[in-house]
Design a protein around this ligand. Structure first.
Ligand SMILES: NC(=O)c1ccc[n+]([C@@H]2O[C@H](COP(=O)([O-])OP(=O)(O)OC[C@H]3O[C@@H](n4cnc5c(N)ncnc54)[C@H](O)[C@@H]3O)[C@@H](O)[C@H]2O)c1
Length: 295
């Protein structure tokens, strides 16, 4: 494995690109949005600066890492000769099926195609290609350069060889891969999302306020961050998509997204990435304030 391509340069894509480039791989980062590609370049550079400040990297290493990342607006050029493509585009089944169909026709036959999907069936994504043995889930956690876990999801047809290559590769990235079978939400989001949804419902029913709900879970349950801030951090659109996939997949009301979450997504209050969620990020993430509508 030498050349890795990543589809989607948003919250997850830029972090995945950062990690592979840091471990010496040549990386292509591909996005349909030129603006998002530019933002990804800035974000990777800032994250590397933070590592320099902490004495983890030298400025020369930063330069080397950045020199290994190439940015593309068109998939065709970006995936040429890639050994592995990791799709980290918007959490929508239609978008992902279309991307995998295209990847299958553009990539060399030996290439492995992975998805960073949080909830969508890997077996179903694999059927959009003519190489289901070489399709697998590689679910990184946010923020990718910091979080150690990768859920490795095998679809019905994923081969043992593909699985082993991806487990070894995850270890080379200094991550800890965990085998998970293909089920809506896999393990991480199946457990996490009902809790985030319940926290949002608790706010919707005015049981308590934003800061109070987050404080209860931080001080009462020793969570490192409150569920409402975590939802802003993940992206409320991503949370909604994951809950919708689990609600439809399990046909169980316990995964039904609450009204406040749906309303906020419709209002483009997506959390950190749109500048507004349960908190207001217009003055930056560190200076976040509780969004006025919840005061
Ligand atoms: N946000 C999280 O905490 C998190 C954690 C783990 C996994 N994921 C998963 O990772 C994936 C990406 O999530 P994100 O939070 O980075 O989303 P995001 O909204 O931050 O970024 C998605 C990017 O994909 C791009 N895109 C959309 N369609 C495309 C296409 N056809 N070709 C190329 N680029 C395209 C968009 O322009 C955007 O830049 C989703 O499947 C999500 O479920 C997210």
């Amino acid at each position: 494995m030498k050349k890795i391509s990543i589809i989607g340069s948003g919250t997850m894509g830029n972090g995945i690109a950062h990690c592979f480039a840091q471990e010496g791989f040549e990386v292509s980062l591909i996005d349909i949005s030129k603006e998002n590609l530019k933002n990804a370049e800035i974000k990777i550079s800032k994250n590397l600066d933070r590592m320099i400040k902490k004495d983890i990297l030298s400025p020369a290493q930063k330069k080397e890492i950045l020199s290994r990342i190439y940015f593309y607006n068109k998939m065709e050029r970006g995936v040429k000769n890639s050994d592995l493509v990791i799709e980290a585009a918007t959490e929508s089944k239609d978008i992902k099926l279309k991307i995998f169909k295209e990847l299958d026709s553009l990539c060399k036959p030996q290439a492995i195609l992975a998805s960073n999907t949080s909830s969508i069936s890997i077996s179903e994504i694999a059927l959009a290609t003519n190489r289901p043995k070489k399709v697998i889930g590689m679910h990184f956690m946010n923020p990718v350069p910091i979080m150690k876990l990768v859920e490795v999801i095998t679809g019905k047809n994923t081969s043992k060889e593909t699985f082993e290559v991806i487990m070894n590769l995850s270890e080379k990235l200094k991550k800890v891969p965990v085998l998970v079978n293909d089920a809506p939400g896999f393990v991480a989001n199946r457990i996490l999302m009902p809790m985030l949804n319940e926290a949002i419902l608790t706010l919707e029913q005015k049981v308590s306020g934003v800061n109070e709900i987050d404080t209860v879970m931080i001080l009462g349950m020793s969570h490192p961050m409150g569920p409402l801030f975590l939802a802003d951090f993940i992206g409320l659109d991503i949370c909604l998509s994951i809950l919708n996939v689990m609600h439809a997949g399990f046909k169980n009301e316990k995964y039904k997204p609450c009204k406040l979450l749906i309303d906020m997504v419709n209002n483009n209050e997506l959390g950190i990435k749109s500048g507004q969620g349960f908190y207001d990020y217009s003055k930056g993430v560190k200076n976040k304030k509780i969004a006025n509508r919840f005061l």
